[in-house]
Design a protein around this ligand. Structure first.
Ligand code: WQD
Length: 349
């Protein structure tokens, strides 16, 4: 039996990128079981898959879940990802993102799982030496968060040698946007990223958006990033699992569009969709912000047969529709009215 015939365990599948990936896997005909602590994820984001509530360090529960659901492949999202928080509370990131990953991989190996797609980040390169950024760019993390991602990539390389664990580390650029049917998207309550904060400023009026610096050496003075639609990211995970199931070897892949957009490009695209400007104020530069980073998508195409289908326009359109519907549903509901999960979930263990 090929590992592609079994179930996919998705840790962090109740989160932003995780929930979109679960849907993409189901649409590709894969069986899925979501494993999430719900510390940051939302139960209602889990659509059309069973949910097991647990921590990735709970090895017995992970192994039992894998055996119960016939798991043959793992997609590992569950991690903390706030760059600023990682510099204030590093131990939280070492324990969960690094030590937790080791417990998870050991538990999966005990259940016979040998394929892992890991949620890594372009931030392992830090401020890139050159753009576009290819996979052989120097590894130069500039935060504890980024360091934790680089460490897990190295740990996975060692597990290939010691245990024959095959992995694809997907180095995301800037994930943004929402599902086109408006059913799932990014939760602006937690996110400190540009697109949800711009939508919050536009739709709620406060807080106004703070633009961190407009004096960079770029055409309009603001930083440049590679914004990639979350459904394009989800598709990259489906293709990475197929790559491993087809015998692909351990590797790391940059997942971006290859197109750089500035902060003002994002705000102008948002104003075009909404028909009104995003209220913002310019502040000094934010420490740790690279002036420009965007991917070289060549290897993703040759190794995985993947390339992004959507651009900034689709990202902003889908994000605007999602956040506007969230604002309207929040205005109508109170916490106890929150929609119940679509799938009869497993009992909270
Ligand atoms: C984008 C741009 C800010 C907020 C993210 C993830 C990181 C990694 C890469 C996955 C920057 C500017 C932002 C605001 C602003 N992805 N900005 N005002 O820092 O590029 O990193 O993508 O792992 O984990 O965090 O994303 O959205 O914070 O910033 O001016 O209120 O928007 O200066 O130029 P970043 P971001």
């Amino acid at each position: 039996m090929s590992s592609l015939d079994g179930t996919v365990l998705v840790t962090g599948g109740a989160g932003y990128i995780g929930s979109h990936t679960v849907r993409a896997l189901r649409e590709a005909g894969r069986d899925v079981v979501v494993y999430d602590s719900l510390e940051l994820g939302r139960r209602e984001a889990v659509i059309d898959a069973p949910l097991v509530i647990g921590n990735i360090a709970d090895s017995d529960l992970v192994t039992a879940t894998c055996n119960e659901h016939g798991v043959t492949q793992l997609v590992h999202f569950a991690a903390y990802k706030a760059v600023g928080e990682s510099m204030k509370s590093p131990a939280k990131y070492w324990r969960n993102n690094v030590a937790g990953s080791v417990e998870l991989y050991e538990a999966c190996l005990a259940a016979g799982v040998h394929d892992v797609v890991f949620s890594s980040s372009c931030s392992v390169n830090g401020t890139p030496a050159a753009v576009p950024v290819s996979e052989d760019a120097p590894i130069h993390p500039e935060s504890v968060y980024a360091e934790s991602k680089a460490m897990v990539e190295r740990i996975l390389s060692c597990y290939k040698i010691t245990h024959g664990l095959n992995s694809v580390s997907l180095r995301y650029f800037n994930a943004a946007g929402a599902s086109f049917d408006g059913r799932i998207g990014e939760d602006w309550a937690y996110s400190q990223n540009l697109v949800p904060l711009a939508m919050k400023a536009l739709l709620l009026g406060n807080p106004r958006l703070t633009v961190f610096g407009n004096d960079y050496d770029t055409p309009d003075g603001t930083c440049i990033r590679d914004y990639i639609h979350v459904d394009d990211l989800a598709d990259a995970h489906v293709k990475a699992l197929a790559y491993l199931g087809g015998g692909g070897d351990t590797t790391a892949v940059n997942v971006g569009t290859g197109v750089g957009s500035s902060v003002l490009d994002v705000l102008n695209a948002t104003a075009d969709v909404a028909g009104k400007p995003v209220p913002y104020d310019v502040a000094p530069r934010r420490a740790g912000d690279p002036v420009s980073t965007y991917s070289d998508p060549t290897f993703a195409q040759t190794a995985l047969g993947w390339r992004a289908q959507y651009g900034l326009k689709e990202i902003i359109n889908s994000a605007y529709t999602w956040h506007r519907s969230q604002m309207e549903s929040d205005a109508r509901s109170t916490p106890q009215d929150r929609p119940h999960p679509v799938w009869p979930t497993d009992a909270a263990r």
